[in-house]
Design a protein. Structure first.
Length: 410
């Protein structure tokens, strides 16, 4: 017989009866959570992801706790699936709204998600920061339902002044982090510091976590060939301005003008700027050394990693980067990574990183040339990758483990 567990509720709410199964709801991001669940049921990782997805870790947590799980994403592919212990739904949010219409859309979507969670009997609601504004949940979520925000992005761009709109949002969200939340999940110390700043150190308990990976996935990779005549630099992520892709294009153009043809920048990913990048690369005659591969499956991604020598993560200061898993993936692949402090992941892999000042295109260019031309320096950085790998294979430091700690402490 399936083991049942009990959980106490906030502020005088009675303990759930021992015969009542714990039910946890999770508002995820825009990923195809139904497809991920189908893979999980087969004992497989999501074939489209290199890391173990947070939704898979949610399913693992529910299974470990013998709890019922309700998971809802805003994926545009509408779908749902129900099993004995799970209800999973892709619930499209819709797009194209701006201004007041956008915020009204957020509210209506939120109400739908909460109603689903409530109708399924959820007593705890885990909310990803990409699903909606936190303060809206505190307005609409039932009083007896525990709220656990999970933060994967910073609350505001850490290297930019806080805008007037953000100050209003911070004011509205403050009560969530000081009072309404049962606990808070955060992927980096940078996020923790912002929460503390926002709440003046009066925040609810914060549990940090790291992205989690299966070691076998990276075991199939071969070490980079440091004796190759060419140097392959890999960018993996969304092709958007805020991810620094036009800085990479500018770097490719500078390398071309200097006659440095041994360095090739490979871009894996898609986004709204993909066509513009392709057309501009052709116009500037750098398409041979600035290669856009577009969306890549996990198998394709691993093949590109195998051929690479190093990664580059040039995220701009306009983006609320909470960690950036690509930095971890570079190190797990045994490849040094060029990035800046915009990516909080840097603090976890310091000596395997070539750190550049944020938004410094010249700094990135110089770092690329040094890494590609100085073999001793490259091998030193490459060897340092091994030092940092074990933390990302440690399930006890994962999102799942932190969520389970929150539940056990309740």
């Amino acid at each position: 017989m399936e083991k049942k567990i009990s959980v106490k509720l906030d502020r005088g709410i009675k303990r759930v009866n021992n015969n009542t199964q714990l039910c946890i709801a999770y508002a995820a991001g825009p990923g195809d959570i139904v497809s991920t669940f189908l893979s999980w049921k087969k004992g497989m990782d999501d074939p489209n992801q290199v890391s173990v997805t947070y939704s898979s870790l949610f399913f693992d947590a529910c299974h470990s706790l013998h709890a019922k799980g309700i998971a809802i994403s805003s994926c545009s592919r509408k779908d749902s699936i129900r099993t004995e212990n799970f209800y999973i739904e892709n619930l499209p949010k819709g797009g194209g709204k701006k201004g007041i219409a956008f915020h009204w859309q957020q509210i209506l979507y939120l109400i739908r998600v909460i109603r689903i969670a409530e109708s399924e009997g959820a007593r705890m609601f885990v909310m990803a920061d990409s699903s909606s504004h936190f303060f809206l949940y505190s307005w609409f979520i039932p009083f007896g339902m525990k709220l656990v925000p999970t933060l994967h992005c910073t609350l505001w761009p850490r290297f930019r002044p806080i805008s007037s709109a953000q100050k209003i949002l911070n004011f509205l969200n403050r009560g969530v982090f000081t009072t309404r939340a049962t606990a808070i999940l955060a992927v980096s110390n940078t996020i923790v510091e912002q929460v503390k700043q926002l709440t003046k150190n009066r925040q609810r308990p914060i549990y940090t976590f790291l992205p989690f990976y299966h070691k076998a996935l990276f075991a199939s990779l071969t070490p980079p060939n440091s004796n190759a005549d060419s140097f392959n630099l890999l960018f993996a992520g969304r092709l958007e301005t805020e991810k620094g892709v036009f800085d990479l294009l500018q770097i490719a153009e500078t390398l071309h003008k200097r006659g440095i043809n041994s360095i090739t920048i490979h871009l894996c990913g898609n986004g709204s700027k993909e066509n513009e990048l392709r057309n501009t690369a052709v116009k500037k005659k750098v398409e041979k050394n600035f290669i856009i591969h577009g969306y890549c499956s996990r198998t394709e991604m691993l093949a590109h990693i195998n051929e690479s020598h190093a990664f580059i993560v040039p995220t701009l200061t306009t983006f609320e980067e909470g960690f950036n898993k690509v930095v971890a993936e570079a190190v797990l692949a045994g490849r040094p990574v060029i990035t800046s402090a915009v990516c909080p992941a840097l603090e976890c892999v310091t000596n395997a990183v070539i750190q550049v000042l944020p938004d410094d295109v010249t700094g990135y260019l110089d770092a690329i040339i040094k890494l590609a031309s100085n073999k001793t320096y490259y091998l030193e950085k490459q060897a340092n990758c091994l030092t940092y790998q074990s933390q990302f294979y440690d399930r006890s430091r994962s999102w799942q483990a932190s969520l389970e700690k929150i539940i056990s402490n309740e």
